[in-house]
Design a protein around this ligand. Structure first.
Ligand code: PMP
Length: 345
């Protein structure tokens, strides 16, 4: 029996996928910074369907699109992305039976291309001469215009992206922290599309009027501060070449800057000392949360996310010797242990 938007099978599949996306564990990580003990509260997004926080966004955008009829069975999903988003749309799109086309700059790591292809999606490489990241967005749009029957998630401007975190990540953070007898004084998250910081931020602000919401970006390449691409950085997944339309800086607290080398050293430390094999943006988020916690003082509880694992960064500086820098915080961090608040029963 066909429903108006999407068949019974797609609806069943969306419900099944909801069982594999979100409701992630929270890690309460104890550490010492300059002899002061601190606990950072971190959503371990590595446990999502494809191993990253972007599954929340992809599932939510597709779910909403089925509801509105913007996507129908047989439509091609076409998105420009350089990483986790491509993996999420490939896996979730294929699970729902859609052909998936991922447009990405041609200098992205081979692992990324192979993972996306192995999930049954087509990768369309876009060279620097063709416009790199911006060129990828334009190429996906041009394909949709020419072809028809194409669904463009447009994650950078999608309100469903923000809603995914408003409806799931935000409430989970508050409930899990409350189960430990604390409430967040601040939330910090590196900005890729800004979906995480805007959605979690809106939810927490509605619940706790005093909570601070801090976007984070690489100190080497401050896109949010400048509005454009300046310099280079190695924190893949955050700070692209522009301020995404869904990011409303005026509604947020101060931007937190983290050096990419500091993020790499912190991610290495989390892996080698606590066994938490996380990606570079997770190292950055942990440093950012510590900086905000230090500013707030008196053991203020600060929350953040580990967006993905270290597996996609095995050909990057994450697994090389990284020199320390004068302003780095990671060398001063002594990791003690962590406690887990389960996300599921
Ligand atoms: N870290 C990683 C590894 C990511 O892939 C992303 C998404 N691009 C982010 C952080 C940022 O998430 P958001 O798009 O919600 O700002």
């Amino acid at each position: 029996m066909k429903h108006e938007n999407g068949s019974r099978n797609e609806r069943k599949c969306l419900i099944a996928l909801r069982g594999l996306v979100g409701r992630t564990p929270m890690l309460a990580i104890r550490c010492k910074v300059d002899a002061h003990e601190l606990t950072v509260y971190v959503k371990h997004e590595v446990t999502n369907f494809t191993g990253s926080i972007k599954d929340r966004m992809a599932l939510h955008i597709l779910s909403d699109a089925y509801t509105t009829g913007a996507i129908r069975p047989g439509h091609v999903i076409a998105e420009a992305t350089s990483g986790n988003t491509g993996i999420s749309f490939a896996a979730i799109g294929r699970a729902l039976g859609h052909p998936v086309r991922i447009y990405m700059p041609d200098w992205m790591s081979r692992e990324r291309v192979l993972v996306i292809q192995s999930l049954g999606a087509q990768v369309i490489p876009i060279s620097a001469e063709e416009g790199g990241f911006r060129g990828s967005i334009a190429a996906a749009d041009a394909y949709a215009e020419k072809q028809g029957n194409v669904f463009l998630p447009h994650q950078f401007e999608s309100s469903s992206n923000v809603q995914a975190h408003y409806r799931t990540t935000g409430p989970e953070i508050l409930a899990q922290m409350r189960s430990l007898g604390v409430e967040p004084r601040a939330f910090v998250a590196g900005v890729g599309t800004g979906g995480t910081v805007m959605g979690v931020g809106r939810y927490l602000r509605e619940q706790l009027s005093e909570v601070q919401i801090h976007p984070l970006e690489p100190a080497n390449s401050p896109t949010l501060r400048t509005g454009c691409r300046v310099g280079k950085h190695r924190i893949q997944g955050i700070s692209d070449e522009f301020i995404p339309p869904i990011v409303k800086l005026a509604s947020l607290d101060a931007i937190v800057d983290v050096w990419d080398g500091d993020a790499i050293l912190m991610a290495q430390k989390l892996a080698s000392q606590l066994g938490l094999g996380v990606g570079i943006s997770s190292g950055a988020n942990f440093i950012g949360a510590l900086k905000v916690a230090q500013e707030l003082g008196s053991n203020a509880p600060v929350a953040t996310v580990f967006a993905d694992s270290n597996k996609k960064y095995l050909s990057t500086d994450l697994v090389s010797d990284e020199p320390t820098g004068p302003e780095f915080l990671s060398p001063k961090v002594e990791l003690l242990d962590f406690h887990v608040v389960p996300g599921r029963l």
